[in-house]
Design a protein around this ligand. Structure first.
Ligand SMILES: C[S@@+](CC[C@H](N)C(=O)[O-])C[C@H]1O[C@@H](n2cnc3c(N)ncnc32)[C@H](O)[C@@H]1O
Length: 139
């Protein structure tokens, strides 16, 4: 089965049924949690007991955001798929959710966020870049 990012744009691929399938897969739940833990380690936030405000870019249904919540942080998640955000709302994730394309910016003022994570989402942009290069090479 080809990877999601080569099948269709994310706002089309992650429709209602894919969003539900994604969120109920125990394998995906575990992977998102483990990578989010690692992303938090890499952020190396000060260990001062003060909750931080984090951005989850491509937050999907909020699996990665749950790890942020478990660590006591606040978060805002953005995603391009309304269906993924609908599932996040149903699951009552703690983060505030924005329907937005990460490539277009969020209009947040500098310094508002203490850090950002993006788990299994940025490769979609890389895939678009690869497709663009492949097309350009054919010209
Ligand atoms: C594999 S899912 C991971 C979701 C999330 N990290 C989680 O734990 O559930 C990738 C997500 O990236 C989102 N995404 C892809 N391209 C995006 C873009 N340009 N802007 C915002 N979100 C995007 C998709 O809609 C999808 O929900």
């Amino acid at each position: 089965m080809p990877r999601p990012e080569v099948q269709a744009p994310p706002e089309i691929f992650y429709n209602e049924s894919e969003a539900r399938k994604y969120t109920t897969s125990s394998r995906i739940i575990e992977i998102q949690a483990r990578i989010s833990e690692r992303a938090l380690e890499l952020l190396a936030l000060p260990d001062d007991g003060v909750p931080k405000m984090l951005l989850d870019i491509g937050c999907g249904s909020g699996l990665s955001g749950e790890t942020l919540t478990e660590h006591g942080h606040h978060w805002i998640g953005c995603d391009i798929s309304q269906s993924m955000l609908d599932v996040a709302l149903e699951r009552e994730t703690e983060g505030d959710l924005l329907l937005a394309d990460m490539g277009e910016g969020l209009g947040l003022r500098p310094g508002v966020m203490d850090g950002a994570i993006s788990i299994s989402a940025v490769q979609v942009i890389l895939q678009v870049f690869v497709l663009f290069l492949q097309l350009a090479c054919r010209v």
